[in-house]
Design a protein around this ligand. Structure first.
Ligand code: NCD
Ligand code: ZN
Length: 343
C-alpha cells in the first residue's frame, strides 16, 4: 500500500468554538495536528490575554487523553484594544497573534474593526512588540459584490498596511483569489497566507450547481475555477509564504441548512487527507510536508515538530454527521469517500 510519512503538521487557522461543540470537534484536530492557531471569534469574543488563557484551559480539557496537542491562542482586535494589551500578549508564551475582522465581514465579526485606518496605532504596536496580525481580508461595503470583496480589500487596505508597517508580520487568512496569491508573492517576507482545503478542492459550481449546497458556504466565498487553480499552484509551489490553515468552522447542521445559513465549512475530521488529495492530483505530494509542517512554524518563529504522521492511500467513507446529544455537524465530503487516511 502506498504510504506517505511527513513531520507532524500544524493547523494555522481553526475555529474550535467552546462548550459541547468544542468537545465534539477538538479530538479530530488533536489526532492530526500538533498545534493549531485558535481563532478568537467566540460570543463574546476573546479580546484579552486573561480571556484567552481561560479559553486555552477549556481547550486543553477537551484534548483526548494521550493526545499531544497545543493550542496557540489569538486575540480578537477591537477598536478598544490597548497598546498595553498588545505588549502583554506579545510577552505571553501562549498568545501568538491578533486577528483583525472587518466589522460585519463574517461569523461573529460584529465586534470587529469598522475603521481600519483608526487601528494603525495598534498595528504600529504589534510591529514594535513583534506579534503577528492575522487578517480576514474582505471589504464589507454593501456595494461591493461578494465575489470581489477579497480583491477589493487588498487594494483598499492591505497594500497600504503592508507599506506603512514593513516590519509587521501579516497573514492574509484563507486566501481565495489569484489576486491574493499575486499580492502575497510580491510582498515582502513578512507577508504570508493560509489556504483551506475547500478553496483548493472546489470552485463555486460546487456551491451552486444542481441546487444550493450550504455545506460549501464559507467566507470568503469559494470562487471560480481560475482562482482555485491559482491557489493549488501557490500551495504546491514550495513557496514558504503559503501554509496550511483549514479554517475548519463547525456550525450545527440545522443552522447551515436554513433560509439564512451560516458561513463555515467543517473539515477537521479529514483535513490532512483532503490536502493530500489536492497535492496528489497536482503531482506534488513531495511539497505537502513544507506546506503542512514547516512553513507555518517558521513564520510564527516556533520550532518545527519532531514527530511524524503517516498517511495511507486507502479509501474510507466520511459519515453524514459528527456529534451526539443534540450536536449535529455535517462535515465536508459527508457521505463521500476520501482517498487518504491517517493512521
Ligand atoms: C468562520 C466561522 O464560522 O467562525 N466562518 C467562515 O466561513 N470561514 C469565520 C471566518 O473565518 O470567516
Ligand atoms: Zn476562520
Amino acid at each position: 500500500m502506498k504510504t506517505l510519512t511527513i513531520t507532524r503538521p500544524d493547523d494555522w487557522h481553526i475555529h474550535v468554538r467552546n462548550g459541547a461543540i468544542l468537545k465534539t470537534v477538538l479530538p479530530h484536530t488533536a489526532r492530526q495536528f500538533a498545534r493549531a492557531i485558535i481563532m478568537p471569534n467566540l460570543k463574546p469574543p476573546v479580546c484579552t490575554v486573561d480571556q484567552a488563557l481561560l479559553y486555552r484551559d477549556e481547550i486543553l480539557e477537551a484534548v483526548p487523553q494521550g493526545a499531544d496537542f497545543t493550542p496557540l491562542m489569538t486575540l480578537y482586535l477591537t477598536s478598544s484594544t490597548t497598546e498595553a494589551e498588545i505588549k502583554k500578549a506579545a510577552e505571553s508564551q501562549h498568545i501568538h497573534a491578533f486577528k483583525l475582522y472587518p466589522a460585519g465581514a463574517t461569523t461573529h465579526s460584529d465586534s470587529g474593526v469598522s475603521d481600519i485606518k483608526a487601528a494603525y496605532p495598534l498595528f504600529a504596536a504589534m510591529e514594535k512588540h513583534q506579534i503577528p496580525l492575522l487578517i480576514h481580508g474582505e471589504v464589507t461595503d454593501e456595494q461591493c459584490d461578494i465575489f470581489d470583496r477579497e480583491k477589493a480589500f487588498i487594494g483598499k487596505y492591505l497594500t497600504d498596511i503592508v507599506e506603512q508597517f514593513p516590519g509587521l508580520r501579516v497573514v492574509l487568512e484563507h486566501v481565495t483569489t489569484a489576486e491574493a496569491v499575486q499580492f502575497v508573492e510580491a510582498a515582502n517576507q513578512n507577508i504570508a497566507a493560509t489556504i483551506t482545503p475547500q478553496h483548493l478542492l472546489y470552485n463555486r459550481n460546487a456551491l451552486l450547481v444542481g441546487g444550493i449546497r450550504p455545506h460549501y458556504y464559507c467566507l470568503p466565498i469559494i470562487k471560480r475555477e481560475r482562482h482555485r487553480l491559482a491557489l493549488v499552484a501557490a500551495a504546491t509551489s514550495g513557496n514558504p509564504k503559503f501554509f496550511l490553515g483549514t479554517d475548519s468552522a463547525p456550525h450545527l447542521t440545522n443552522l447551515k441548512e436554513s433560509s439564512c445559513g451560516c458561513a463555515g465549512c467543517y473539515s477537521a475530521h479529514a483535513a490532512l487527507e483532503m490536502y493530500a488529495e489536492v497535492f496528489e492530483a497536482a503531482d506534488s505530494l513531495d511539497k505537502l510536508e513544507g506546506f503542512a509542517s514547516f512553513y507555518g512554524a517558521d513564520f510564527y518563529r516556533l520550532p518545527r515538530n519532531s514527530s511524524t504522521i503517516t498517511l495511507q492511500k486507502t479509501s474510507w467513507n466520511v459519515p453524514s454527521s459528527y456529534g451526539e446529544n443534540g450536536i449535529l455537524i455535517t462535515p465536508l465530503k459527508a457521505n463521500e469517500s476520501v482517498n487518504w487516511k491517517t493512521q
